[in-house]
Design a protein around this ligand. Structure first.
Ligand SMILES: Nc1ncnc2c1ncn2[C@@H]1O[C@H](COP(=O)(O)OP(=O)(O)O)[C@@H](O)[C@H]1O
Ligand SMILES: [Mg+2]
Length: 379
């Protein structure tokens, strides 16, 4: 048997169609370059009784080829759909995972809002009910109503009070813009209730959240995407960050919704000055480390987080969202190819570290036991 480290990447597939094929192709290649035996697999590729796995690797001319692989020593979970077969596998103890299962937006927000180390960065948030909306409308000049299980800026609604008028602006499941304006809070309530019903994804709930003024350029929302990952030594380390500037008139900055990526320094120093930018960057790093350790305490070992950070017009930083399986496209779009490559290598380096730690500690433990413990007699 070869002594290559065996790393599996759990992901969704249908035939040879994979979620995120471009990223996964690069991830497998990064692993191969580091000398690992690394492959993609999905829930239907696990043959428990035979203790073998059908794995997929990229073919040189494009496409994927499959082959049989030994049981992975570590599995990186990159499955992004909550299908029952995946959930079952994820909660079984068939594999050692590099990253633990994570909760939905609401539970994560609730945890963070109640932790002294991080609560100052969390906007006021509740699970949406018509009553909560009413209360929040009185308390804040702007609100966001968003799905607790959404991704990519879909189905998010912004409600702003301007003079005697309420302005509602959102994008639906297909990113189509939807607007409305009302004079009376009851009409807002009715419209939002309809929005929540129409936009609901399966049994997911909605959140109502204090709105942040992120209009750092006129008529556009800008926020920061920061990637924090475990490094080759198993320590948290910020890989990099960038600014996402949303489409004109959009209430969100997401790249999928037409946002653009700009290097942090270029954008933030233009708005807040050189010193301001340094200070904001320090705060973002500090926030990321605190958030990572709080979440890891609650959920168990994690591997990486993508943080959506809002810096409001007064320069105050807020945590908008934590993504446990973040994309890396921002670095590619910023043309920061070294950061992009590093962001892809780190999960593999961390997986290798976990394998070495596991085997290393077992050897150390055995050595300690044979030295320090007298052999007990059985029976
Ligand atoms: N409370 C808020 N205040 C201001 N902007 C927000 C707020 N919540 C979300 N946004 C905007 O909408 C985007 C998407 O929201 P997010 O909570 O990250 O959901 P998703 O899972 O769809 O990415 C954010 O990146 C930000 O631009
Ligand atoms: Mg987001």
């Amino acid at each position: 048997m070869s002594s290559k480290k065996v790393i599996g990447i759990l992901t969704w597939r249908e035939g040879k169609r994979f979620a995120e094929p471009d990223y996964l192709r690069r991830l497998v290649k990064a692993g191969q370059e580091l000398g690992a035996q690394i492959f993609l697999f999905s829930h239907q590729d696990v043959f428990k009784a035979e203790r073998k796995i059908r794995g997929f690797t990229p073919k040189s001319g494009g496409g994927w080829e499959s082959s049989w692989y030994p049981w992975p020593q570590i599995v990186i979970d990159r499955y992004r759909r909550r299908v029952p077969e995946y959930m079952k596998l994820r909660h079984s103890n068939l594999f050692k995972f590099a990253n633990s299962p994570f909760s939905k937006k609401w539970r994560v927000t609730e945890l963070l809002a109640n932790d002294e180390r991080v609560k100052r960065w969390i906007p006021e948030t509740y699970v949406y009910t018509p009553e909560k909306l009413k209360v929040m409308l009185k308390r804040h000049p702007m609100l966001y109503v968003k799905p607790g299980n959404g991704t990519g800026g879909r189905s998010i609604l912004k409600v702003a009070v301007r003079g005697k008028q309420y302005e509602l602006k959102g994008r639906d499941k297909r990113y189509v813009y939807k607007n409305a304006s009302f004079q009376r809070a009851e009409d807002v309530g009715r419209w939002v209730r309809k929005w929540v019903t129409e936009q609901r994804i399966s049994d997911g709930n909605f959140l109502v959240q204090q709105g942040l003024d992120l209009e750092l350029v006129s008529n556009r929302i800008a926020d920061i995407r920061l990637l924090i990952q475990k490094d080759a030594a198993g320590e948290w380390s910020v890989t990099g960050c960038g600014v996402r500037v949303g489409e004109k008139g959009s209430s969100t900055s997401n790249l999928h919704g037409g946002g653009r990526a700009i290097p942090f320094h270029v954008f933030v120093s233009k708005r807040f000055g050189e010193e301001g930018a340094q200070q904001i960057l320090r705060e973002c790093h500090h926030m990321a480390h605190q958030v990572a350790s709080v979440l890891e305490e609650k959920f168990g070992r994690m591997m990486e987080f993508g943080l959506d950070i809002g810096v409001d017009v007064d320069g105050r930083s807020w945590l908008i969202e934590v993504n446990p399986k973040p994309g890396r496209e921002i670095f590619k779009q910023m043309k920061a190819m070294d950061l992009y490559a590093e962001a892809i290598r780190r999960p593999v380096l961390f997986a290798v570290h976990l394998i070495e730690e596991k085997t290393g500690s077992r050897i150390r433990l055995a050595a300690q036991q044979s030295q320090s413990q007298p052999k007990r007699q059985m029976g």
